[in-house]
Design a protein around this ligand. Structure first.
Ligand code: GN1
Ligand code: MG
Length: 366
C-alpha cells in the first residue's frame, strides 16, 4: 500500500525524499494522506479525489488551480509573507503541468501541507466572526478572477431543481413510504409544509433570471472545519475546494449558519434543542459583511436572512426526497435516519424563519 502510494507521489514534482505516508483527517468524501519528507523540505498532502461524486475531475482541478493561482497573485501583490500557509499550492506532475494523475481509474493530487495549523469542529461567536470575515474575504479575492469556472456538481444549490427532485420522488414513491402514510400522517404534513414555502424559497433563482442576483465564485461547503487557523487563532486559509463553483453568495452564508447556528447536529432527534442561534448569526454576519464590503450588492445583503432560512429548507427537501426515494444518496445508520434529519432541518428552518425580522434589524446596524 505504502509502496503504491509512494509510486504515485513520485510522479509529482515534489521537493525532497519521501520518508513516510500516513492517513490524515477524517474526510467522508476523499481519501487523504500526509506525506512526510526527509529533512527541511516541505511535507505534502496526498488526496484521492472521489470521482463518483465529482465526475469531472479535469474541470474540478482546473477550477481549483485557477482560484489558488489568482489568490496567490493577490497575496504576493499585497506583499504577504508565508504564502504557502495562506493559500493551497498544488504540485504539477514531473512530466506535465497537470496537477492530478489517473492511476487505475483513481485520481490523485498533491498539495503542500500547511504546518502548524488547526481546524475546529464547532464554533463560538468569536470564531464565527473570524470565519465570516475569512469566507467573505475568500469570495472577495475571487470576485475578479479572469478565468471561467465550471459547476463541479451542476445546479448544486438550485432550489427549483431540488423541489423538482422532491416532486419526482413523491410521484415515484419508490420505497412505498408515502403510500404507507395516512393522508393526515406525518409525511403528508411535511410535504404540505415544504410546499407552503416552496415558491418563496426559490427567490434566488427568480432574482437571478431577472438579472438582479449574480453568480460568484463561492466555496459551497462552508463548514467551520474547512478553515485553517494558526496557533494564535488567526485564520490562515480556506481548504476543501472541490465544491468551489459559481453560485449565489447565499450558499456560503447560509450553509455555514446551517451547521454553526444549530446547537445540535443535523441528525439530532432532540427537536426541542434545535434553535437558530442569533449570537452565532450576529457574529458571523458582522465578519462576513466586513469581508465582502468590496463587492456585496444591496440585494445580496438584504437577502442574507433569506439565505439563513434557505439552507435548512433546502437540506430538509434533500433529506426528505432521499427518504422517499428509499435512501439512495446520503449514508444512513438506521431506516428513519433521513426522516430524523428532515425533522431537524425543518425545525431549524422554522426557527430561522421566525427570527427573520430580528436578523434584518441586526443587518441594518452593520
Ligand atoms: C453532503 O459530504 P458532506 O457531508 O460534506 C452534501 C452537502 C450537504 C451535507 C449535509 C456533495 O456534504 O451538500 O449539505 O452532506 N454534499 C454533497 O450533511 O451532496
Ligand atoms: Mg469537507
Amino acid at each position: 500500500m505504502m509502496e503504491d502510494l509512494k509510486k504515485i507521489v513520485e510522479r509529482f514534482a515534489i521537493e525532497g525524499e519521501v520518508k513516510e505516508i500516513a492517513p490524515l483527517g477524517n474526510g467522508l468524501i476523499n481519501d487523504t494522506y500526509k506525506v512526510t519528507t526527509e529533512g527541511d523540505t516541505p511535507d505534502y498532502v496526498l488526496q484521492r479525489i472521489n470521482n463518483a461524486i465529482f465526475t469531472d475531475v479535469e474541470l474540478l482541478q482546473n477550477n481549483i488551480e485557477a482560484a489558488t493561482r489568482h489568490i496567490r497573485r493577490k497575496l504576493e501583490a499585497a506583499g504577504e509573507t508565508d504564502i504557502d500557509r495562506k493559500v493551497l499550492r498544488f504540485i504539477p506532475l514531473k512530466d506535465s503541468p497537470k496537477t492530478y494523475i489517473e492511476v487505475d481509474g483513481k485520481f490523485w493530487r498533491i498539495s503542500v501541507f500547511i504546518d502548524g495549523a488547526k481546524t475546529y469542529e464547532t464554533v463560538n461567536p468569536e470564531y464565527s466572526e473570524y470565519a465570516g470575515e475569512a469566507f467573505g474575504h475568500f469570495e472577495a479575492m475571487l470576485a475578479d478572477i479572469p478565468d471561467t469556472l465550471g459547476e463541479t456538481i451542476p445546479d448544486f444549490h438550485n432550489m427549483e431543481l431540488r423541489l423538482r427532485q422532491l416532486v419526482e420522488a413523491v410521484h415515484d414513491d419508490k420505497a412505498g413510504r408515502l403510500a404507507a402514510d395516512p393522508k393526515d400522517g406525518e409525511l403528508h404534513k411535511i410535504l404540505e409544509e415544504l410546499d407552503a414555502h416552496g415558491v418563496e424559497m426559490c427567490k434566488a433563482e427568480r432574482l437571478h433570471r431577472e438579472g438582479l442576483l449574480p453568480k460568484r465564485i463561492c466555496h459551497c461547503d462552508t463548514k467551520v472545519n474547512n478553515m485553517m487557523f494558526d496557533e494564535d487563532g488567526n485564520v490562515l486559509c480556506v481548504i476543501d475546494l472541490d465544491t468551489l463553483m459559481p453560485s449565489y453568495v447565499f450558499s456560503d452564508f447560509g450553509d455555514f449558519l446551517r451547521y454553526a447556528a444549530n446547537p445540535v447536529a443535523e441528525d439530532s432527534p432532540e427537536l426541542d434543542k434545535v434553535d437558530f442561534d442569533m449570537d452565532i448569526f450576529k457574529a458571523f454576519s458582522r465578519g462576513y459583511i466586513r469581508g465582502t464590503k468590496s463587492f456585496l450588492t444591496p440585494i445580496e445583503k438584504d437577502n442574507l436572512p433569506y439565505a439563513a432560512c434557505l439552507f435548512p429548507f433546502m437540506q430538509a427537501v434533500r433529506f426528505f426526497a432521499d427518504y422517499i426515494n428509499g435512501d439512495t444518496y446520503y449514508k444512513i445508520k438506521y431506516p428513519e435516519h433521513n426522516l430524523v434529519r428532515t425533522r431537524n432541518q425543518l425545525a431549524l428552518f422554522r426557527s430561522a424563519y421566525a427570527k427573520t425580522p430580528e436578523m434584518k434589524a441586526w443587518l441594518d446596524t452593520l
